[in-house]
Ligand binder design. Structure first.
Ligand SMILES: [Zn+2]
Ligand SMILES: [Zn+2]
Length: 300
């Protein structure tokens, strides 16, 4: 079994926090990677509640500069400094995000204990041997990015099977990959009999945005689609005015993009006691919809 992508919903609320829902923040972990998507005020406390060390963060993806998505940064920067953070902290955002982070340093002082690098990104901006991360431009007052994390699929040799047949590492394994078979110790083995095929996995994040045609193609075939639902259908006009999505729009996008699961987040305090209404509205278009609570964990 290969490792799974784990997503912790640190904050599922919107602009104003409630007793139950903190500002937007999502922590995706895979292997040694710890990717924080947005960092609303109090995110570092949510890390504590989730029993995750903030030292696990390797990268921060910021959707946009609005306070409900960024006010947690200064506190987090200090906590990392006090906790002996030694990595280079990579922060990604849309154009202008460098100015926002510089503003934080100007207001509260530079972080000198460890290195912070800020990158303004769009399109496929990161690719490792295992995964890639893409950014797409959304529509929301200040420049805003949506993100997708794609774990590459493919055929990998199954170490368990290699052990079972007592096959050691060596050049014969590259033959196997190239030719589709190999002769080892007088026996013929096919690649199929020794490999496991894993399909690509995709987790997408669409936070504050107006409905637009770029969302569905960007989140297409996501296993997990985390999407803002700032307003209910009954407030469609307000959603347009404030450049947010309604729950119905999130459902429509999920259906069009053929995703596996839709998670509605950025739940307004307005729906604190009636989030089931948002759920119902989204489910009208897309059945496999959920509203996660703060600190819920999903694996893909
Ligand atoms: Zn916003
Ligand atoms: Zn917001």
């Amino acid at each position: 079994m290969t490792e799974k992508i784990k997503l912790t919903f640190l904050g599922t609320g919107g602009m104003i926090p409630t007793e139950k829902r903190n500002h937007p923040a999502f922590f995706l972990s895979y292997g040694n990677e710890g990717i924080l998507v947005d960092c609303g005020e109090g995110t570092q406390i949510q890390f504590r509640k989730a029993k995750i060390s903030p030292n696990k963060i390797t990268r921060i993806l910021l959707t946009h500069r609005h306070g409900d998505h960024t006010f947690g940064l200064p506190g987090l920067f200090r906590t990392l400094a006090m906790s002996g953070y030694k990595k280079k902290l990579l922060i990604y955002g849309s154009k202008g995000i460098k100015k926002t982070i510089d503003g934080i340093f100007q207001a509260f002082g530079d972080t000198t204990e460890y290195e912070i690098e800020v990158k303004e990104v769009l399109g496929k901006f990161l690719e490792t041997k295992d995964f890639l991360i893409n950014a797409e431009k959304m529509v929301h007052g200040p420049l805003c990015n949506a993100y997708s994390f794609v774990l590459k699929g493919g055929t990998r040799l199954d170490k368990k099977k290699l052990r079972k047949f007592k096959i050691k590492e060596g050049k014969h394994l590259s033959d196997l990959k190239q030719k589709g078979y190999m002769i080892y110790d007088g026996k013929k083995y096919t690649l199929k009999s020794l490999a496991i095929t894993e399909k690509e996995k995709k987790v997408s994040f669409v936070l504050d945005t107006s409905f637009n045609d770029r969302i569905a193609p960007f989140v297409k075939d996501s296993d997990l689609f985390v999407c803002e639902s700032g307003f209910g259908e009954e407030l469609a006009e307000k959603a347009k005015e404030y450049m947010h999505l309604t729950s119905g729009e999130a459902g429509k996008i999920a259906k069009k993009a053929n995703v596996e699961k839709l998670c509605l987040v950025h739940i307004s305090e307005r729906y604190e006691k009636k989030s089931s209404e948002l759920l119902k509205q989204a489910k009208k278009y897309f059945k496999n919809t959920f509203i996660p609570n703060d600190l819920d964990v999903l694996s893909v």
